[in-house]
Design a protein around this ligand. Structure first.
Ligand SMILES: Nc1ncnc2c1ncn2[C@@H]1O[C@H](COP(=O)(O)OP(=O)(O)OP(=O)(O)O)[C@@H](O)[C@H]1O
Ligand SMILES: [Mg+2]
Length: 390
């Protein structure tokens, strides 16, 4: 599998390597501008976490992330001024209903009926593709589809493109095909269109799964260089998945970033003392110096950032500064995604999150990823207000 494409933040050292000592140089209470008198707990440090997930757990863990546990079609509130939102919900509802149950497909009766079902399903469109700008609810709807599909959790899978490529890397291609072929639905969030090697790999996997009768649903990022041309990526997606486009129907969702609809501006960064003090007062919080964390991210494979954030109640960061280069920036984007999925509030001192990425980055090919990361981190910073009482 490809691991060197630009959109996949490269690990600067082998993924299993222990973090360098410098990576452990996380913020401590006495680094702050004053003593944290109300210390009651010792925060953990992300810089000290380098998790490994056994291959067999990977398929079982392909479920919607915690933020999307409770979302359903019914909790999606379409914007009345954006008819495409209601249309997308209707399309997905009927797609889910069409995935039927065992009795509808005859698959419980096995053999002949199952083969017939597979032949039948391979003919019509077996995939939906959700297209839209950031924060319009693509993941909400993708997860709702997963929840609404009438199959037990072990017969439907939900994961990001990065997680899926990691699965193939861990199991091998044939094993991955075997592990997913019995599924009724595979949802792929954030399909990476800017990664030629992995796109071919995943397209091949999807081709095998479509043949086996697995329904597909996807959202994607946007190709570098195409971003100035609009927020929609369906054409790029259809081209990149090559022979599979006939299996997909695109649903375009117009609208505003829901995360910031009618909400106040992002909170200003806090001072070091507040961040360190809060980290010590908040059970389950982590505390890191931002530059050390950026260094640590280079030593952990991005597919493990989710495991790295597991169980944290808050992430506290001191000394946020603009990121120095694109590889670092892309790693930070993945971390922001995993924190957002897990609804981990982020409390920070230093520069505000909208200064993380340089003008050049914000005008470049990964523009959409960077704006999405700012949108997500801003939302998590707002959530952190309750920790400080602000
Ligand atoms: N119309 C809606 N009604 C209710 N909640 C919504 C709606 N749209 C979005 N949300 C909520 O807003 C948040 C952002 O939505 P979501 O993450 O699904 O957007 P997205 O299109 O996947 O964005 P991104 O481009 O960042 O991946 C989620 O918590 C989601 O549940
Ligand atoms: Mg999303």
């Amino acid at each position: 599998m490809s691991s060197s494409a630009a959109s996949q933040p490269p690990a600067a050292t082998p993924p299993d390597a222990a973090p360098p000592d410098g990576g452990r140089a996380h913020a401590r209470a006495d680094d702050a501008s004053g003593p944290a008198n109300d210390t009651t707990t010792v925060p953990t440090a992300l810089c000290e976490r380098s998790p490994r997930v056994p291959a067999e757990q990977l398929v079982a863990e392909m479920v919607p992330p915690p933020r999307f546990d409770a979302v359903r079609f019914g909790t999606y509130v379409p914007d009345p001024s954006q008819p495409s939102q209601t249309e997308a919900v209707e399309l997905l509802r009927s797609f889910a209903a069409g995935l039927g149950g065992a009795s509808a497909t005859g698959e419980a009766r096995g053999g002949l009926f199952r083969r017939r079902r597979r032949r039948a399903v391979a003919e019509g469109p077996r995939g939906v593709y959700l297209d839209g700008g950031y924060g319009v609810g693509k993941t909400h709807l993708l997860a709702s589809l997963w929840h609404a599909t009438p199959a037990p959790p072990e017969r439907k899978a939900f994961g990001t493109f990065v997680e899926l490529t990691h699965l193939v890397g861990a199991l091998g291609f044939q094993q991955a095909v075997a592990a997913l072929s019995g599924h009724r639905l595979l949802c792929i969030d954030e399909f990476e269109l800017d990664d030629p090697g992995d796109t071919v790999l995943v397209s091949s996997l999807l081709g095998r799964l479509v043949e086996a009768g697995v329904a597909l649903a996807a959202t994607s990022n946007t190709l570098p260089g195409k971003l100035g041309e609009g927020r929609f990526a369906a054409t790029d997606f259809m081209r990149e998945i090559q022979g599979l486009s006939a299996h997909f129907r695109a649903a375009r969702i117009d609208g505003q970033d829901f995360r910031h609809r009618g909400l106040p501006e992002a909170p200003a960064p806090h001072d070091d003392r507040t961040v360190v003090g809060t980290a010590h007062r908040t059970p389950g919080a982590s505390l890191d110096a931002f530059p050390a964390l950026l260094g640590h991210l280079a030593t952990v494979h991005p597919s493990r950032y989710g495991a790295m954030c597991e169980g944290l109640s808050a992430v506290c960061l001191t000394g946020v500064t603009p990121v120095p280069d694109q590889s670092t920036a892309l790693r930070l984007v993945v971390l922001a995604d995993r924190l957002y999925d897990r609804e981990v509030p982020v409390l920070a001192s230093g520069e505000p999150f909208d200064r993380l990425f340089s003008e050049e980055m914000l005008n470049g090919g990964y523009r959409k990823k960077y704006f999405r990361a700012i949108s997500r981190l801003t939302s998590l910073a707002r959530d952190a207000g309750r920790l400080t009482g602000s």
